[in-house]
Design a protein around this ligand. Structure first.
Ligand SMILES: Nc1nc2c(ncn2[C@@H]2O[C@H](COP(=O)(O)OP(=O)(O)OP(=O)(O)O)[C@@H](O)[C@H]2O)c(=O)[nH]1
Ligand SMILES: Nc1ccn([C@@H]2O[C@H](COP(=O)(O)O)[C@@H](O)[C@H]2O)c(=O)n1
Length: 227
């Protein structure tokens, strides 16, 4: 059996984690695990943790470490036979230490994107809430303005994607991510990619991963929303 591969993608809000994760999942057949999707599914299903998480997300706050780890780690422990890419977790040192006690990561991708770029992208991000599919009017517009390509349902924007909320979110990200980045750097598994365009960053990520995992045909795409 091929060696399993476990990776994490980190970056501030709007840095393109979800967009790049989808490309990685398509090209390399890793399962894309999105902590944001997982939270939204728990909220929709009214699970105990979902109800609790909702009270934080609605106020634009981060969900506490103990709730995140209680939700995610059991799920990761079940994935003993899969290679995966985790998007959005860990985002604090406590979460990283908890993840560390569950599995050994092979690689961490950190996206370093200028503030002005994040602001422009997020103020133009449109989301299909049920699926988590994201659009951007310039970069990947929906076929019909304001409507999801697959379901035709309306797209929404999040208040905390607007510039007023973004400054605080970014400051918070910088504070909590620094020790996580330092930890992964000290382990020798951190790879940082800087730039303003996903299409220019992607070839570098693609070629790094090509040296680590064999590529897979596009038909093997695997995005699994975590149950
Ligand atoms: N203009 C432009 N938009 C981009 C680019 N890459 C991604 N986007 C858009 O920027 C927005 C943010 O991208 P995401 O992939 O959702 O970023 P994220 O890091 O997952 O964001 P969070 O879920 O908030 O943490 C989306 O609307 C994307 O479609 C790019 O190179 N240029
Ligand atoms: N480790 C995390 C990840 C996410 N959140 C909260 O979920 C919201 C949506 O996440 P996206 O990755 O889809 O943007 C996010 O705004 C946070 O409120 C979290 O608390 N901790």
């Amino acid at each position: 059996m091929a060696k399993l591969f476990r990776a994490v993608i980190m970056g501030p809000p709007g840095s393109g984690k979800g967009t790049i994760s989808e490309r990685i999942a398509q090209s390399f057949g890793l399962k894309h695990l999105s902590s944001g999707d997982f939270l939204r599914e728990n909220i929709a299903a009214n699970t105990e943790a979902g109800v609790l998480a909702k009270t934080y997300i609605e106020r634009g706050l981060m969900v506490p470490d103990n709730v995140m780890t209680r939700l995610l780690l059991p799920r990761l422990e079940e994935m003993t036979r899969h290679s995966w890419l985790m998007d959005g977790f860990p985002c604090t040192l406590a979460q990283a230490k908890a993840l560390n006690s569950t599995c050994d990561l092979d690689l961490v991708i950190s996206l370093n994107i200028p503030y002005e770029t994040l602001k422009d992208r997020l103020s133009d991000r449109w989301i299909h809430p049920a699926s988590g599919r994201v659009y951007n009017r310039g970069f990947n517009p929906p076929r019909v303005q304001g409507r999801d390509d697959l379901s035709g349902e309306p797209l929404i924007q999040h208040d905390n994607d607007q510039p007023e909320a973004l400054v605080a979110r970014l400051r918070h990200y910088k504070d909590v991510a620094k020790p996580v980045i330092d930890l992964y750097k000290s382990k020798g598994i951190l790879h940082t990619f800087s730039g303003t365009e996903t299409d220019r960053i992607w070839p570098y990520i693609n070629s790094l991963l090509s040296t680590k995992i064999p590529s897979r045909p596009e038909t093997d795409t695997q995005h699994i929303p975590m149950p």
